[in-house]
Design a protein around this ligand. Sequence first.
Ligand code: SAM
Length: 235
Amino acid sequence: MKFHIVTIFPDFFRGPFEHGVVQKARDAGLLEIHVHDLRTWTYDRHRTVDDRPFGGGEGMLLKAGPLFEAVEAILPERSEGSKVVLLSAQGKKFDQAKAREFAGLHELLLICGRYEGVDERVAEHLADEELSIGDYVLSGGELAAAVVVDAVARLREGVLGNETSAVDESFGEEGLLDWPQYTRPAEFRGWKVPDVLIGGNHEEIRKWRGKAAREKTARQRPDLLAALSLESSGK
Ligand code: SAM
């Protein structure tokens, strides 16, 4: 799968993709990540990518022109297997279901906004989707792009060593959070690992994990359980 990131700070991405499973997958040729400097598509001496908003107000906006040219040059033919996403605090919320959907694409192009944001015509006429990584405002789309690439990349076949690890995780098929996990020592500062986990009875462990996952979801994210019960009641 190919990822493209359009940004005014290409150096920002030195690091996030050079560790762990993402780096390994790139080395193995399973993933390509191309970072494009938006200023490539400017023609003035100052390589201008921003301008003041019509109607007045604070700050600057990324101009439509360089962004349209960038996307048209990087993806000259848009197909069903490719998507263009504008990272934006005003977007729909990125989640694991969206990550799974994107993991089925061949190419994903992510546009990183900066300053006060991006000329709205990019959301209206260039991007297939406008996505937010959460209800807070970042200074730029770069961190959001790194989040999306990481979440999608690890769902591609072969990227995680163990094919089941992406299944037995939070937001998996069951829609629950992951169950609590412990490693050695079995007792740390007086806190003991639940006996069942060291008893060796796999059926008991399976049952405990299911129950513990539900309990943790109810404690931390009751909204997920509420959504599941709505789904099962067909509403
Ligand atoms: N004026 C915009 C607003 O109030 O919605 C905020 C602009 S923000 C300072 C600059 C850029 O950061 C945005 O264009 C977007 O690309 C990125 N950004 C900020 N928050 C984000 C979020 N929660 N998810 C994804 N991208 C975000």
